[in-house]
Write a protein that binds this ligand. Structure first.
Ligand SMILES: Cc1cc2nc3c(=O)[nH]c(=O)nc-3n(C[C@H](O)[C@H](O)[C@H](O)COP(=O)(O)OP(=O)(O)OC[C@H]3O[C@@H](n4cnc5c(N)ncnc54)[C@H](O)[C@@H]3O)c2cc1C
Length: 405
């Protein structure tokens, strides 16, 4: 991994990237197989790396300093993410553990002081785990207005009934933030703003895990299906104002999509590096792979895919950071980047032959991850519709689209 200072970035951000790269390249990547194997030596190694991360003040880039994080802001975190992503193990070793990290940000923004004390602080210290429970098996996850799980007020309690699925980390979670319908549709059928997020401790009576959903054939994972059956929680477990659930979900997903894309870019970068190692060393049909024009096409196309994805994502992050309207750019990267990653990883797999699909390399995991990302956080089709809607609106208002902002 070669990470040089980026001339347009501040010294601080470049230093963060350099220090992050040192740990990822020297400590994490060479030890991936030991850490995956688990056991005592993996535990020791993980603790050693975490200590170095903390000593170098690189712990929890998503959190403010008063909560033990780096307090570095959105752009620095985005730029750090593409380095972290070189190894799938890094985020956890740097204190960013999904879905806890997203829940921490939501609790920071919407939580009361009491909620922060009770849920946020132990979540940050690692004493407890959490989940985010929005998607339902019988209603379209891509249309949050269709959510049916209801919360009704009875005295000083919310009573929750509903059926959720793909609640990640659900088995280990001590609490779930549950998206509930707390108000009825009005005459126009408008329900978008009538969702509320409610904190549900997972040991509450009626929080019933039905099964763990196997993903890509892996059983025993932690994406779970849950029935909420007369689950009673105190009114003060409501997170944010009544009806703010949809806005809170968008808050979580907006910045999250930029981080996910920078994460995909880091993975593509590593896949590209691996592909280059193979093409410059593997002899086939009387010459190195690098001498074959079909393979030179792989190199050029992958460069173009990565650079396009990276520049689009950085542009989107800059629009967000300057408080412009990032909606079209968020949807554009959410479609483009996983698809580009899919192509880049696919070429890397191809040049490795059997090894590409084996567990000797991280490529198969990246390949599945890229495919999964086309569904999670909103499927491609929904984002295409959003892009077209925004652009059409501009033209209908008599303007044209300005690509410069
Ligand atoms: C690995 C993983 C982890 C996840 N973790 C969580 C989690 O922790 N918590 C949680 O709540 N959810 C989670 N999800 C769920 C995820 O958010 C949903 O899968 C996603 O929002 C899509 O919803 P759905 O699966 O219900 O698909 P649906 O809404 O049923 O959509 C199915 C398909 O229909 C098509 N489609 C949808 N709308 C349109 C349209 N208007 N026009 C044309 N085609 C359309 C798209 O191709 C879409 O993929 C996770 C998903 C995955 C894969």
């Amino acid at each position: 991994m070669e990470i040089s200072p980026i001339p347009t970035l501040s010294k601080e951000i470049n230093k963060i990237r350099e220090n992050t790269a040192e740990i990822v390249a020297d400590k994490i990547i060479p030890n991936e197989s030991i850490i995956y194997e688990g056991g005592e030596s993996a535990k020791e190694l993980r603790e050693e790396i975490k200590k170095e991360v903390k000593d170098k003040k690189l712990w929890a880039p998503h959190l403010p300093e008063e909560y033990g994080g780096m307090g570095i802001g959105f752009m620095a975190h985005a730029y750090m993410n593409e380095i972290l992503a070189w190894s799938p193990l890094s985020n956890r070793l740097f204190g960013v553990i999904a879905p806890n990290s997203g829940n921490q940000k939501i609790l920071l923004k919407y939580g009361t002081d009491d909620q922060k004390k009770k849920w946020l602080e132990p979540l940050i210290s690692g004493e407890i785990e959490s989940a985010f429970s929005m998607t339902e098996p019988d209603n379209a996850g891509s249309d949050p207005r269709s959510i049916k799980t209801s919360a009704k007020k009875e005295g000083d309690e919310w009573v929750i009934n509903g059926h959720k699925v793909m609640t990640s980390n659900g088995i280990r979670a001590d609490f779930a933030i549950v998206m509930c319908r707390t108000e009825e549709e009005d005459d126009s059928g408008e329900v978008n703003s009538k969702m509320t997020q409610i904190i549900v401790p997972t040991d509450t009576k009626g929080f019933n895990i039905i099964r763990s959903v196997p993903i890509w054939g892996r059983t025993g994972g932690d994406h779970v299906e849950i029935k909420y059956e007369d689950v009673r929680v105190p009114i003060e477990n409501q997170l944010g104002a009544r009806g703010s659930g949809h806005a809170a979900a968008q808050d979580r997903l907006g910045a999250g999509r930029v981080f996910h894309c920078m994460n995909s870019i880091g993975q593509m970068w590593r896949a590209f590096d691996l592909m280059m190692q193979r093409t410059t060393t593997r002899e086939v049909h009387g010459g190195l792979l690098e001498s074959k024009q079909l393979i030179q096409g792989f190199i050029a196309d992958s460069y173009i895919d990565i650079q396009t994805a990276r520049l689009m994502t950085i542009h989107c992050a800059e629009v967000m950071d300057s408080e412009g309207d990032p909606r079209v750019d968020i949807s554009a990267i959410k479609i483009y980047v996983p698809a580009a990653m899919h192509r880049v990883v696919d070429r890397a797999i191809q040049v490795y032959g059997w090894k590409g699909v084996s567990s000797d390399l991280p490529l198969f995991g990246m390949y599945q991850g890229a495919r999964t990302l086309r569904l999670a956080d909103g499927p491609d089709e929904v984002h295409r519709i959003l892009i077209a809607k925004q652009i059409l609106r501009k033209y209908k208002e008599g303007h044209s689209w300005d690509f410069g902002i």
